[in-house]
Ligand binder design. Sequence first.
Ligand code: TNX
Length: 532
Amino acid sequence: RFLILCSLILTLFSCSEPQVKLTSPSIIPAPQSLQVNPGHFTINEETTLSNNDDFTASYNFLLSFLKDATDRDWDTKYSDNNVIILEYDSSIISKEGYNIISTDRNITIKSSTDAGAFYAVQSLIQLMPADIKNATEIYIPAVTIKDEPRFNYRGMHLDVSRHMFDVDFIKKYIDAMAMLKMNNFHWHLTDDQGWRIEIKKYPKLQEIAAYRDSTLLGHYNDTPHQYDGKRYGGYYTQEEVREVIAFAKARHINVIPEIEMPGHAQAAIAAYPELGCTGNNIDVAMKWGVFEDIYCPNEATFTFLENVLDEVMELFPSKYIHIGGDEAPKTQWKTSNVAQKVIKENGLKDEYELQSYFIQRMEKYINSKGRQIIGWDEILEGGLAPNATVMSWRGVEGAIEAAKAGHDVIMTPTSHCYFDYYQSENDDEPLAIGGFLPLEKVYNFNPIPEELTAEEAQLVLGVQGNVWTEYIKTSEQVEYMVFPRIFAMSEVAWSPSGERDYLEFVSRVENFNKRLQVLNINYANHLYELEG
Ligand code: TNX
C-alpha cells in the first residue's frame, strides 16, 4: 500500500507545470490510442457546436451537457473556427469507433455512426474539467484519439427483486454506464423475493408477487431469521419501463429484461399457486437463497409465461430476452405427476432433460417472435437450446463448453464479475453476501479462456458486472459496491487487451473521484490494495 501511495504522489508531481492548468487526459476506459499535442482548446462564450451529420443522440447529449455546464444557450450554426464539430467519416469502420482531434482552433469528432460519436462525446467530457460548472476556464488539451471497443457486449446487471430501486436511480445507473461506454443493461426483474414488472394480464403479480412481509431477511441457512413484519416491495409500471428504455436508448444502451424460469419463481407462484407443481398456497420468499417452489412444466404454466413474454417483448425492443435458467432445484419435479408425465411423453431421461425441454420450448416461442434467448450457464445441463447465448457465471467452464458447441457467450464469472462480493478485507466494510473481489482482480480479468481457439474466441461477445442485491438495500450502497469496480470492468470490456498497468489505472481512478463527487455518486475510496 505504501508503494501505491508513493507512485500516486509521484504521478501527481512529476508532470511539469503547464502555462494553463490543463486537465491531464485521464479517460476511463482507456482509449485505444491517445496522443497529447501541444496547446489546448478553450470553450468560451462564442464556442459553437456543429452537427455535420445526423448524429442525433450524441449531438443532443452533448448539447444538453454543454448548456447545463455553461448555463447559456448554444449557437449551433456552422463556423470554421472555435467550434466543436461532429462529422461523418466513412473510413472509421468500427460501428462504435471514433476519432477526436482537438487543437487550438477546433474540436473535431469523427465517426461513421451515432454510437461512435456518442462514445467520442463521453471521452470529450472526460477531457473537460470535472467540476465544469464551477470552472473559471474550460480548457481541453490538444489530443488525437483513435478509439474503438474490444468487445461488442459491455454489460452491467442490477437485481431489483431482492431490493427495489426507483426509476430515478435506474436512470442514474444507466447514465453511469453510458459515461463508461457500456451498452447493455441487464435488468433482473423477477425472483423469489419479488416480481417487479407490471404485467397487465396478471394483476396478482402486482397485488401479491410484488410484495413481501418483511424488510429484514436473513440467508436461508442463517438462524434465526429476523422479520419486522413491514410490507416491502413495489414494481415498475409499463409506462416507467418504457421511460427507462427510451432513456437508455438515447445513451446507446440496450435494456435486456430477465424473466426467471423455471426456478427463482416463488413470487409468481405465490400469486398464482397453479403455476407450481404442489398447488400449495405459499408466500413470496422471506429468506435469501434457492427455493424448491419452481414452475411446473404444465400447459397452463407455458401459456402464462408466453403471455408474460408477449407483454415483455412488446415493451423491450432488445434482440435478447434473458430467461434465467439458474438454480432450479428438481425436488418437486421428481415427485410431481405432471412433471413425470412430461418426462415420459417426451422420452426424456431425467429432470435435467426436462429443464432443457422447458427452456427449449420457451426458446422456440421467443425465436418465433424474432428474438433470442440468453440463459445462465445451467441451461447447458440436459442439452443446450439451439440458438441460446450462454451467460457464464459459475466459472468459465460453461462458457468454454458453449463456445466449443458454437454458441455465443457472455462472461460473468463470480471470480471476477460479482460486485456483491466484498472489495476489501477492512474490518469496517459494510455487510456483504461474502466472497472477495478486489479492484485489481476485476482489472486483471481475461475474458478469453485459453482453452478456446481464435475462432471460438470470436463467440465471446463480452463481459458483464453483476449486482445482486440481497445485502444491498439502498441506492447509495449499490453505488458503493459498483464504484470503482465498474471502472475496471469497463476497461476490460472496451480497452485493448495486452499489458495492463494497474498503478496507471489507479491514478485515473483517483482522478475520477472528483467527477463522481460532482455527479453525486457514492464510491468506495482507497480500496486499491493489491490482490492477496
Ligand atoms: C447466485 S448468479 C445467483 C443469484 C444470487 C447470487 C448472489 C445467479 C445466476 N444466481 O440468485 O443473488 O448468486 O451472489
